[in-house]
Design a protein around this ligand. Structure first.
Ligand SMILES: C[S@@+](CC[C@H](N)C(=O)[O-])C[C@H]1O[C@@H](n2cnc3c(N)ncnc32)[C@H](O)[C@@H]1O
Length: 281
C-alpha cells in the first residue's frame, strides 16, 4: 500500500481504531529476517522472551498441572518454535502455526536437527479448522492484544472449537500499566539499513492513545530511498483482569487461574502483564 507522504500528512493524523496498515509485516522478506534475529536474541525481550524465562514458563505450566506428557498442544503464533520445541522435549505432541515463513523454516530445521516430530504449519491462524483436537492451546506474548474485538472473538471461537472438552487455553495479555510505563513514542530517524529495510530509509514513528477503548497504536511510516512510503501499524488492545475475564466468559471459557506472567508469578493488580489459563466450558 504505497502512499504519498504529503497526502498522508494532509489528513487527520490519528487513524480510526484498528484501521489496518501495510498487510505484510510478519512475512515481509526483510522484516521477517530482522524479526527472527530478535526472537533469538538473548539480550532483550523484543520479539520473544529470553530462553531462561521460556524454560521457567514450561516448568511452571507442567508443575501447575496445566500441561502434561502426552498432551496434544497447539502453539498459535509459534514463531521459531521456542516453546513448541521445549513442549515436545517434555513428551507433548505439538502443532505450531505461524504466518512467518522464515520462522517456520527455522523451527522445522531445528526440529529436524533435534530429531523432533513437530507439525509446523505455515499459515494464518485464522485459517485453522480443528474440532476437539487439542488438550491445550498456547498463544504467547500478547498476540491476542493485536486484534479488534471482532477479530479477537473470531480467534477465541476457533480456539474453543479446536479444544477438547475441558481443554485449556493458555495465553497472556498486556495491561494499560505497561503502556503507561512505555509511553507514546514520537520521533524520526534516518537509517543506513536496519530492522525495517536492508538499505537507506527514513523512519517516522508515532504513538496514538485511544484510552476509551484501552487501545494504543504504534505507527511506523517508512520512506525508502526511491520515495516509496509505507505505513505499518501495530495495534495493541490492553486488558484488565475484569475485561479479559468477561471477554473469555462471553466466548465460552472460564478463567481457571491468572498470574502476573506465564512463569507463575502470583497475580497482583497493577502488573504489566496478565497470564491466563482458561478452561473451555
Ligand atoms: C510476538 S511474536 C511471539 C512468537 C512466540 N509466541 C514467542 O513468544 O516466542 C508473534 C508471532 O505471531 C505470528 N503471527 C502474527 N499474526 C499471525 C497470524 N495471523 N497467523 C499466524 N501467526 C501469526 C508472528 O509471525 C510471530 O511469530
Amino acid at each position: 500500500m504505497p502512499h504519498n507522504l504529503f497526502s498522508l500528512f494532509s489528513q487527520p493524523l490519528k487513524p480510526p481504531l484498528f484501521e489496518p496498515g501495510e498487510p505484510r509485516f510478519w512475512d515481509d522478506p526483510h522484516i521477517s529476517k530482522s524479526m527472527l534475529e530478535a526472537h533469538l536474541n538473548q539480550t532483550h525481550d523484543g520479539a520473544s522472551r529470553r530462553n531462561a524465562e521460556i524454560e521457567k514458563t514450561i516448568r511452571h505450566l507442567i508443575t501447575s498441572g496445566f500441561l502434561k506428557t502426552g498432551d496434544q498442544v497447539l502453539d498459535l503464533g509459534c514463531g521459531p518454535g521456542l516453546y513448541s520445541s521445549k513442549l515436545c522435549f517434555e513428551g507433548m505432541k505439538v502443532t505450531g502455526i505461524d504466518l512467518s515463513r522464515r520462522s517456520i523454516d527455522y523451527a522445522r530445521a531445528q526440529a529436524e536437527r533435534d530429531g523432533q516430530n513437530i507439525d509446523y504449519i505455515y499459515t494464518d491462524f485464522f485459517n485453522i479448522d480443528y474440532k476437539e483436537t487439542f488438550d491445550a492451546v498456547l498463544q504467547v506474548y500478547g498476540e491476542i492484544c493485536t486484534f479488534s474485538d471482532e477479530k479477537r472473538d473470531l480467534l477465541l471461537n476457533l480456539v474453543h472449537r479446536a479444544l477438547k472438552d475441558n481443554g485449556i487455553f493458555i495465553f497472556d495479555v498486556s495491561t494499560r500499566e505497561l503502556r503507561m510505563r512505555e509511553g507514546l513514542k514520537n520521533r524520526w530517524y534516518f537509517s543506513e539499513g536496519g530492522f525495517w529495510r536492508p538499505g537507506k530509509h527514513l523512519v517516522l514513528e508515532e504513538g496514538f492513545d485511544y484510552p476509551e477503548n484501552d487501545t494504543w497504536l504504534n505507527q511506523y511510516i517508512i520512506v525508502d530511498e526511491d520515495g516509496t512510503v509505507k505505513v505499518y501499524r501495530l495495534w495493541l488492545h490492553d486488558y484488565s483482569f475484569e475485561t479479559i475475564s468477561q471477554t473469555l466468559e462471553n466466548n465460552g471459557f472460564r478463567v481457571e487461574k491468572a498470574w502476573n506472567n506465564l512463569s507463575g508469578e502470583l497475580y497482583q493488580k497493577g502488573g504489566d502483564w496478565i497470564a491466563i489459563a482458561a478452561k473451555k466450558v
